[in-house]
Design a protein around this ligand. Structure first.
Ligand code: IMP
Ligand code: MG
Length: 177
C-alpha cells in the first residue's frame, strides 16, 4: 500500500484519560452488570480499554462481538448494512451497551440497535469513541461519546483505511496528497 501521511488528532494519553471518564459516566447510570456488544472490526481496541476501565469502575461485563458491514474498503459508505458475523450469545432480557468506533451516518448503529431490540434486549445504550456531527442519516445518537471530531476521515486506534492503520495507538487524519 502507498504511504499516507497521518496527522495526529487525538493522542494516546487523551484517549486513555477520556476512557476512564467515560467508564465513570457509564457506571453512574448503568446497572452493575452489563453486556457489551462490540462492533467489529473498528471497536476492538476501544472495547478492550473500555471494559478494563469499567472493571476499575466496578462494573462487571460480558462481551460479545458483532461484525456489520456498510463501508466496504474505501472512504465512502455504501449505505446498506449486512451481518458479516453474528453474536454468539443471547441478548434477551439483558442491558446492552453497544460499543462502536465512530458514529457518522448512524446507519450501522441504527441497524445494530434494532437487531438487539428485536432479539429482546431489555435496554440498549450506545457508546462511541468518536462522533462526527451533522452527518446523520438515521435518527440515532450515542448515550456516551468519547470525542466529537471534525468531518475528516480518521484512522488509528482500531479505525482503518482499507484495513490499514488499525494498530496506531492514536487517532489521526489521513492526508490525501
Ligand atoms: P455510519 O454507519 O455511517 O455511522 O458509519 C459507521 C462506520 O463507518 C464506523 O463504524 C466505521 O467503521 C466507518 N467509518 C466512518 N467514518 C470513518 C472514518 O473517518 N474513518 C474510518 N472509518 C470510518
Ligand atoms: Mg466500524
Amino acid at each position: 500500500m502507498e504511504n499516507h501521511h497521518v496527522i495526529p488528532l487525538i493522542t494516546e494519553e487523551q484517549i486513555s484519560q477520556r476512557i476512564e471518564a467515560l467508564a465513570q459516566e457509564i457506571a453512574e447510570r448503568a446497572p452493575q452488570e452489563i453486556m457489551i456488544v462490540s462492533l467489529l472490526k473498528g471497536s476492538f481496541m476501544f472495547t478492550a480499554d473500555l471494559i478494563r476501565a469499567l472493571h476499575r469502575a466496578e462494573i462487571r461485563t460480558q462481551v460479545d462481538f458483532l461484525t456489520l458491514s456498510s463501508y466496504g474498503t474505501g472512504m465512502a459508505s455504501s449505505g446498506k448494512v449486512n451481518i458479516v458475523n453474528d453474536l454468539t450469545d443471547a441478548v434477551d432480557g439483558k442491558y446492552i451497551l453497544i460499543v462502536d468506533d465512530i458514529l457518522e451516518s448512524g446507519r450501522t448503529l441504527d441497524f445494530a440497535r434494532n437487531l438487539l431490540h428485536e432479539r429482546g434486549a431489555q435496554k440498549v445504550e450506545i457508546t462511541v469513541l468518536l462522533e462526527k456531527p451533522g452527518k446523520r442519516e438515521a435518527e440515532i445518537e450515542a448515550d456516551y461519546i468519547g470525542f466529537t471530531i471534525p468531518d475528516k476521515f480518521v484512522v488509528g486506534y482500531g479505525l482503518d483505511y482499507a484495513n490499514y492503520y488499525r494498530e496506531l495507538p492514536y487517532v489521526g487524519v489521513v492526508a490525501i496528497p
